[in-house]
Design a protein around this ligand. Structure first.
Ligand code: NOJ
Length: 741
């Protein structure tokens, strides 16, 4: 992982910056300092009088949700030219997976396993957003989650700390570049700190239950990686962590973030999350809520006004002192200096390329292409061959919907840029193939209706059927959790009817989360999981369907067979009674009155099997990759030393394609129990038919460190297993031992 440090955070630059901050702080009144700590919604078309007056009076440090560049410039002008100290504004916005040009949802981007592409995607988003005057995005969202019921899994990089760390850091680098004063770079915000993805039962905003060991080994590493990548800000989570809501959590924001990691940026609350400390039952009133948040280290309050209303009172009563306020404000001013806002507060369109230009659309298309995961392909149903088709049925509620393919969190996405699958396939096939298009369902949630019969007839009259299924954008995202993650409505029945025609049925699923697909999997010949693929999703899907690109995405999250298996993830612990295919007994095979002790006695569900529907890291290709000759550079590795684990990957099929080779490691015995496998490296490679290449992964023994019983980060001597392959179920194995010398 490459690490980037702000140019201005080193040596002389840093001292000069500190001096500027100190000088400005020295001229500020208490009210002006508190003003810098307040972020206000400014999404109205016309600037309201109260906002104008507040900015003039120095009562606003940041606005969010204003995306009209003229209005943003007007707001900056009020701050810079009409307020006493002329401090410019931070202008925030949720630029999550694109601005006008929309990339795949972050979970889809994670399926690319391509940090370089993710970095480029974030730069596209930053450039377009910056041209609207935005200088701060509330992204990347790097909450690990192992619960597909949680709607916000769509925004997350999935279940794995290592993959999330690499991709989160890439997003930070993409948004921020190496110099925040440059047009097209904006400050990033790693969120939600921390543990939000563990919301119980996948219900949004719910309580979490995360032992500190799990917090440090699983949930915190992506944030540490974002901090190491130079992320400018973090956002405190809405959630409660071990009885202390994250927004008032000193352990998180003081001990871990600042003391242990040395974070020098600032923390913003989530929307009204300080005020909500009273609703959590953590603070008796809003004054106490402000006290808890500010002492915990939340520099800026989003949307609610407890800081504005109560910090002065807290100072006057001596509960907090000015040094704390100065510390909080310094972080905010520092970012404003780093962004070059004092020198250059206004946005000039001439500094930017046109939005949604060819390059941006090409990156969006590439990201969509690489995000598509092929889950099934029986009898090489795919790719479809244009010259072998006279007619093609295109069915389903998501085949031609420019809005829904964009996914959640796309406030500024332009549907007119969307290329739908129907448009793209029609464009690609021209007049040569007759398209029989039937939407069949009004929405993804519609029940069986007469239009199903129309769809069946269209399928019967065609050489092949592509059915576009899934969830609309609104079924995932914030506050949009589901308890049942089957395809909604009667989609499974639609698939059954299509299958009855005997024609090859190809399902393309667009969704914001893993779905339970057991009720369609036997009725499809091939299945692509396209997430919500963004503006160019249709084009990417068409290219994959017709073989212009071999699918190469790999799952960044485990797909369960049934929702009762959740949480199900590859990096689980072994337990004292692990299940194996041999010991597993299916509920249907258990005779009544069988003695209790002979029925398996292993850790499993009797009715779900021991495996997921599709494992983490899984994804098929139009070719076949084989792995061989795994080797380890040194079987005995001294503590503090390095080793290389390598294997040879061969494209054993007849199509050129990308493969994502993955390295997994298991630490056999630990001071605390260790996962059965952990991802420690991956690489995307392109191989021609018949071509072989060696992939090698270098590890330092510190890459194998984990937090032990005393919450100390440590690598232990002992035996390790390692696997290289194309999914978390890779079977090509080697091993090594770390020795204490
Ligand atoms: C609430 C969400 O939790 C957060 O992710 C987002 O950035 C803010 N609202 C601002 O819209």
């Amino acid at each position: 992982m490459s690490h980037q440090v702000f140019a201005s955070s080193a040596g002389a630059d840093s001292a000069a910056l500190d001096a500027r901050v100190a000088e400005l702080l020295g001229r500020m009144t208490t009210a002006e300092k508190i003003g810098q700590m307040s972020q206000v919604n400014a999404g109205d078309a016309v600037i309201p009088d109260h906002l104008r007056e507040d900015i003039k009076a120095g009562k606003v440090g940041s606005v969010l949700n204003q995306v009209n560049v003229d209005t943003v410039n007007k707001l900056q002008r009020i701050a810079v030219e009409e307020s006493r100290l002329g401090i410019p504004l931070l202008v925030g916005r949720d630029v999550i997976h694109g601005f006008n040009t929309i990339l795949p949802i972050p979970l889809g981007q994670a399926a690319t396993w391509n940090p370089e592409l993710v970095r480029k995607g974030a730069r596209v988003a930053a450039t377009e957003a910056a041209s609207a005057g935005i200088n701060w995005t509330f992204a990347p969202m790097i909450d690990i989650t192992r619960d597909p019921r949680w709607g916000r899994i769509a925004e997350s990089p999935g279940e794995d700390p290592y993959l999330a760390s690499v991709l989160g850091a890439a997003m930070v680098e993409g948004f921020q570049g190496t110099d925040l004063t440059q047009p097209g770079t904006i400050a990033a915000c790693a969120k939600h700190f921390a543990g939000y993805g563990a919301s119980e039962s996948g219900k949004d905003y719910n309580t979490t239950n995360i032992p500190q060991n799990e917090l440090r080994n699983v949930y915190l590493p992506p944030f540490k990686a974002a901090v190491d990548a130079g992320v400018a800000t973090l956002m405190a989570s809405f959630s409660d962590l071990d009885g202390v809501p994250a927004t008032g959590n000193r352990f998180l924001m003081r001990q871990v973030l600042r003391e242990e990691w040395g974070f020098g940026g600032f923390v913003v609350s989530d929307w009204a999350s300080i005020e909500q400390l009273t609703i959590h039952g953590f603070s008796a009133n809003k004054r106490d809520a402000a006290y808890e948040a500010v002492t915990a280290g939340v520099n800026m309050e989003m949307a609610s006004t407890t800081y504005r209303d109560h910090l002065k009172e807290l100072l006057d009563s001596g509960r907090i002192d000015m040094a704390l306020i100065d510390e909080m404000v310094a972080g905010i001013l520092q970012l404003k200096f780093r962004l070059g806002l004092f020198e250059n507060p206004y946005t000039r369109l001439s500094d930017f390329p046109p939005i949604a230009n060819e390059d941006h659309l090409a990156i969006a298309e590439r990201a969509a292409l690489e995000s598509i995961v092929m889950l099934e392909n029986r009898n090489d149903t795919l790719p479809l061959k244009k010259d072998k088709l006279d007619s093609l049925a295109i069915i389903g509620p998501l085949a031609d919907d420019p809005y829904e393919q964009l996914g959640t969190w796309i406030f500024d996405g332009k549907t007119e840029l969307s290329r739908t699958p129907l448009q793209a396939i029609t464009g690609m096939l021209g007049d040569a193939v007759k398209i029989n298009h039937v939407r069949a369902m009004e929405t993804s949630r519609s029940p069986y209706s007469d239009t199903f019969e129309e769809a069946r007839q269209a399928a019967a009259a065609s050489d092949a059927v592509v059915v576009f299924l899934g969830e609309e954008a609104i079924l995932s995202g914030e506050a949009h959790s589901r308890a049942n993650i089957d395809l909604p409505g009667d989609q499974a029945e639609l698939v059954r009817l299509l299958k009855e025609t005997g024609k090859p049925v190809i399902a393309v699923i667009m969704a914001g989360r893993p779905l339970t697909l057991a009720n369609i999997v036997d009725n499809v010949d091939a299945m692509l999981f396209a997430w919500h693929p963004g503006s160019m999703g249709g084009q990417a899907i068409a290219k994959v369907l017709f073989g212009a690109h071999s699918p190469s995405g790999k799952l960044p999250v485990t797909f369960p067979r049934m929702v009762g298996q959740v949480p199900i993830y590859y990096a689980h612990k072994n337990t004292g009674k692990p299940a194996t295919a041999k010991t597993y007994l299916n509920i249907d095979d258990i005779p009544v009155r069988m003695p209790q002790t002979s029925a398996g006695m292993v850790s499993t569900h009797m009715d779900a099997g021991i495996t997921p529907q599709y494992p983490f890291g899984y994804g098929l290709s139009y070719t076949r990759f084989s792995y061989a000759d795994i080797s380890v550079s040194n079987e005995q590795v001294p503590m503090g030393g390095r080793l290389t684990i390598a294997a040879v990957v061969t494209n054993a099929g007849d199509v050129a394609a990308d493969e994502i080779a993955q390295l997994y490691v298991r630490d056999l015995v630990g001071n605390v129990t260790r996962p059965v496998r952990e991802l420690k490296g991956f690489t995307r490679l392109h191989l021609q038919p018949g071509e072989s290449r060696q992939v090698s992964f270098e590890l330092d023994t510190s890459d194998l460190a984990f937090y032990g019983r005393q919450m100390q980060l440590m690598t232990e001597p002992g035996e390790f297993h390692a696997w290289i392959g194309g999914s978390s179920e890779a079977s090509l194995q080697t091993g090594f031992t770390i020795v204490d010398e």
